[in-house]
Ligand binder design. Structure first.
Ligand SMILES: *Cc1c(COP(=O)(O)O)cnc(C)c1O
Length: 462
């Protein structure tokens, strides 16, 4: 259906199985939020009306995938489902050594425990938070080199997920190539607005890496959304199928790691794929200690079956057209109410720029988290702060170091919500926008060292 010219966005699926939403009233939400320490990660899901916390593991599987769940082969070693999964990953990526893991961060932990370590520097367009944590836990340093303009949230651009190739070249020379074990391209660039990486940038990065003999990996949680953006926006790709575009993306890299909880529609799963046999052998040794045997990697056979099917379904162009357009529609709705967003809307969600929206709240008072709490109180909507609560730090002298951005991510689960749910979210934003200046900041009461946003407790300012 490449001739779809109607204005109405229709979901390219119909609904066979439904779940109730969590309706609450305002006094109940106030109580729930206080008990949760004003951290939405602590709120029970049945107290949430629309859950935009994450698109990770929250998508709806298809009838085909549920059928695959029944057909899954639960043999301990060499299950039929493993070979179906291995075939799907090989066909998509062209990479030979395929290692299943229970989710993306398990692949990261294995990879960086081999390639990381003190004195090493891993470079990325932008590390996702668990990726950064796994690099740093190994003792290595994680350096982000987003392209110029990526942090200019108000200025749209077609490929704001790109890496700054000149800065990459300079950083490799500064650190010495022997100290840079890996360059990672995150597609799409999750932490900076779900923005895509262009094929051209990927190709140039691959040339730089090849020249310095540094392996290039894709963190490919949202490879299909990225490929679809290339089809829409990059000259020369309009006539190519998304599958061909995805194959070309993978053709430039030496390996990839994927959280299949994103673009494979599954509720749990991931993988790691490379051509380097020696690296794969070491990874399998670590896998067996912590995750499981190399043909299941901490998953059930049925999970492997569902992943294999999901990796095919995600490349259906009617789905991707709807997906990208529906997110864009959410962005248009917020813009209409004067809510500043990261422009343009990303592939898996819209990111509200709380620094501009709530410019009367200083970064050390967590404007993003203030908006997250207000969205819940007003509409029962759960969202996620990507700002100083997630990335802010205390310097050596105890001084607060804010994150470079104060964003609130509205991540949309795949195939779960309908367009009327999206309209409701827009309506709630309209209400909040009309009284934005009366919102108050937050105080941080307690937080852990690593990935503190999962455990932090806060309180509203008096
Ligand atoms: C989700 C995600 C990860 C981590 O994957 P999990 O499955 O949550 O462990 C890594 N990188 C990116 C870009 C992600 O979006």
């Amino acid at each position: 259906m490449h001739d779809w010219n109607w204005k109405t966005i229709i979901e390219p699926f119909k609904i066979k199985c439904v779940e109730p939403l969590g309706f609450t009233d305002r006094p109940e939400r106030e109580c729930v939020l206080r008990d949760a320490g004003f951290n939405l990660f602590n709120v029970p899901a049945d107290k949430i009306l629309i859950d935009l916390l994450t698109d990770s593991g929250t998508s709806a599987m298809s009838g085909e995938q549920w059928g695959g769940i029944m057909r899954g082969d639960e043999s301990y070693a060499g299950a039929r489902s493993f070979y179906a999964f291995e075939r799907a990953v090989r066909e998509l990526t062209g990479l030979r050594e395929v290692i299943p893991v229970h989710q993306g961060r398990a692949a990261e932990r294995i990879l960086f425990s081999i390639l990381g370590g003190p004195g090493k520097t891993v470079i990325a367009n932008t590390h996702f938070d668990t990726t950064r944590a796994n690099v740093e836990v190994s003792g290595a340093e994680a350096v982000d080199l987003p392209a110029a303009g990526a942090l200019r949230f108000d200025k749209p651009g077609p490929f704001k997920g790109d890496i700054d190739t000149a800065a990459l070249e300079a950083k490799i020379r500064e650190k010495g190539r022997e100290n840079v074990p890996l360059v990672v391209m995150t597609v799409t660039n999750n932490s900076l607005g779900g923005q895509p990486v262009s094929m051209r940038n990927l190709r140039e990065t691959a040339e730089i890496c090849r020249f310095h003999k540094i392996p290039l990996f894709l963190d490919c949680a949202r490879f299909a959304e990225n490929a679809y953006f290339i089809k829409l926006r990059e000259p020369g790709y309009a006539g190519r199928s998304v599958r061909e575009i995805a194959r070309e993306m993978f053709s430039y890299v030496d390996g990839c790691m994927m959280s299949a909880k994103k673009d494979a529609f599954v509720n749990i799963g991931g993988f790691f794929a490379v051509n380097d046999k020696a690296l794969a052998r070491r990874a399998r040794e670590i896998l067996i200690i912590g995750e499981g045997f190399s043909t299941y990697g901490g998953l059930a056979g049925r999970d492997l079956e569902a992943m294999a099917i999901g990796l095919g379904e995600i490349l259906e162009e009617e789905y991707l057209q709807y997906r990208i357009r529906s997110i864009e529609y959410l962005g248009e709705g917020l813009r209409r109410h004067g809510v500043p967003i990261v422009e343009p809307p990303g592939g898996h969600g819209v990111y509200v720029d709380a620094k501009r929206f709530l410019d009367h709240i200083a970064p050390e008072r967590y404007p993003g988290q203030a908006l997250v709490c207000e969205l819940y109180l007003t509409g029962g909507i759960r969202s996620c702060e990507i700002g100083s609560l997630m990335f802010g730090r205390r310097g050596k002298d105890g001084a607060f170091e804010p994150a470079p951005m104060e964003l609130v991510r509205l991540a949309v689960p795949r195939r779960v919500y309908t367009q009327s749910h999206i309209d409701f979210v827009v309506e709630v934003f309209g209400d909040i926008a009309s009284r934005a200046k009366s919102l108050k900041g937050m105080r941080l009461l307690e937080a852990s060292e690593v990935l503190s946003h999962f455990t932090a407790r806060l309180a509203p300012e008096a």
